[in-house]
Design a protein around this ligand. Sequence first.
Ligand code: IPE
Ligand code: IPE
Ligand code: MG
Length: 224
Amino acid sequence: MNESRVPSHVAIILDGNGRWAKKYGQPRSFGHLQGGRNLFRVAKVAQKLGIQKLTVYAFSTENWKRPQEEVNFLMTKPIEMFSENKDRIKEIDYKITFAGRRDRLSKELLEVMEYIEKATIKNSGFELTVAVDYGSYDELLSAINQLEKPVTKEDIEAHLMIKEPVDLLIRTSGEQRLSNFLLWQVSYAEFYFTKVHWPAFNEKELKKALKSYMKRQRRFGGLK
Ligand code: IPE
Ligand code: IPE
Ligand code: MG
């Protein structure tokens, strides 16, 4: 791995938990469970490989449309897993932050998120941002509504939940769409799509994505 060419900001649309579970004859919730565990494994690998920032899409502003049972699982399982592993949060040696709306999440989930943010805020270097109840339309509207008109590009960026431009956007599980993720931030990102479902996306797969990225020539509208 050529360290100088590792993308600084990688974003992942972690898709395919349900399809992965189905493949093994399991309920969708099993896929979400394994997908959640995989997030911490992949974050560790990203940190090791020299990526500065990893932003992952965990729950969109549109995912509330899913069956109540699934939404409930996604909104309560992390709280349960947190209380069973609270001591292990101290072992995390990178920063974790959350992006997205906070007005529709339960008090219990918000407490967990705030606990994790506080517990890791002093860590430097790598940062993992988890987008929960996040949608680009929501993020942009909220930024614009906080500003006096006319607004500049810099004004908007200062009010975004995720401020850094994305270098590499990965989407797992075969779909080739953004689904309302980071519309502004991916303006000059490189895109990488893989058929691998999120729970099966491992170090080898991340390295494949990085290798593909490193071969590309980014021109930003200019000439090379
Ligand atoms: C991604 O997996 C996780 C969330 C959107 C919460 P999906 O749940 O979308 O899995 P598929 O796409 O149905 O397989
Ligand atoms: C995008 O996945 C949202 C997350 C990964 C959190 P979806 O599975 O919700 O996207 P669509 O519905 O296939 O576009
Ligand atoms: Mg999906």
